[in-house]
Write a protein that binds this ligand. Structure first.
Ligand code: PGA
Length: 302
């Protein structure tokens, strides 16, 4: 999708949202994003059918409130898909000319080398990706990814023109032990430590291009794939904390950084969540596998 989607985060368009006090303030501008994380699902034929249906659905909605093709770029929702690695080239091809962008679910921090089974940022970019998930809780759990490793992945993505989506979130045990904010603080601060925004790119952040530099997804582990969703109030509390945390980790106002919520998002709960002032979109797992449900979540996020 390289070179397309001129109104998206990669093209600079951002939506006006009321931000939390002290973190960009009312009138802060940031883009809404709805991303689908396909995880290790779908084979080629199903992915092709999915892309065709997604394109039809977005076209039927006329683009008016859904995509950055809207005459008012601020009114659009940037849609992103994260297919598994083998599907990426076909999905990029099937979505060519649409405003939907594609990303990798993971990446290795090195540019190349003897790392069997891994994929680099330049390879993702070369395949047409514009985005990369960093530190999804399933990577932290299944592959023991540390905050330090995730920080290096995030920096590698940013270096190669991929917008990193830093995933953070507490487990049920951590929430019950009252550790939620300490966990979020650690994951955020360490994860952003090697990002250009924390290492001298404050000017770019302050100038309002933060959405193109980093997106943060709050994904409480206890809500992922469980059918349990954070209440809108719980999500807002965490997002407000994260926005303030980005501000203190990078030293600049974070009113322009898009914050996504993830964890059992469905068409039934999306409207209540997106109504919160610091919820700017969603990272959707299970419901993103059904184009009808994904389209409904996109529709209520505009
Ligand atoms: P879920 O997954 O929507 O199935 O809970 C979200 C995610 O893991 O990104």
């Amino acid at each position: 999708m390289s070179g397309e989607g001129g109104g998206g985060p990669h093209g600079g368009g951002e939506a006006p949202r009321g931000g939390s006090a002290g973190n960009g303030g009312p009138g802060a501008r940031r883009r809404r994003i709805v991303a689908g994380n396909w995880k290790m699902h779908l084979l080629g034929a199903a992915a092709a059918a999915y892309c065709a249906e997604l394109r039809r659905g977005l076209a039927a909605a006329d683009g008016s409130a859904l995509t950055p093709a809207s005459p008012d770029p601020g009114a659009g929702v940037q849609v992103v898909l994260f297919p598994s690695f083998p599907l990426i080239p076909a999905v990029v091809r099937d979505l060519a000319g649409s405003e939907v962008e594609v990303g990798g679910q993971d990446l290795h921090p090195a540019e190349r080398g003897a790392h069997t089974g891994d994929v680099s940022a330049p390879q993702l970019a070369d395949a047409g990706c514009r985005w990369a998930l960093c530190g999804h809780s399933e990577r932290r759990r299944d592959h023991g990814e540390s905050d330090e490793l995730i920080a290096r992945k995030l920096a590698a993505a940013a270096r190669h023109g991929l917008t990193p989506v830093l995933c953070v979130g507490e487990t049920r045990e951590q929430r019950e032990a009252g550790e939620t904010f300490a966990v979020l603080e650690r994951q955020l601060r360490t994860g952003l430590a090697s990002h250009p925004a924390a290492a001298g790119a404050a000017v770019a952040l302050a100038a309002g291009t933060a959405a193109a530099l980093v997106v943060v997804a709050y994904e409480p582990v206890w809500a992922i794939g469980t059918g349990l969703t954070a209440s809108p109030e719980t999500a807002q509390e965490a997002h407000d904390f994260l926005r303030r945390g980005i501000c203190s980790a990078t030293g600049v106002a974070a009113g322009g950084v898009t914050l996504l919520y993830g964890g059992s998002v469905t068409p039934a709960n999306a409207a209540g969540l997106i109504a919160q002032p610091d919820v700017d979109g969603f990272l959707v797992g299970g419901a993103s596998l059904d184009p009808g449900q994904f389209l409904a979540i996109i529709a209520c996020s505009g």
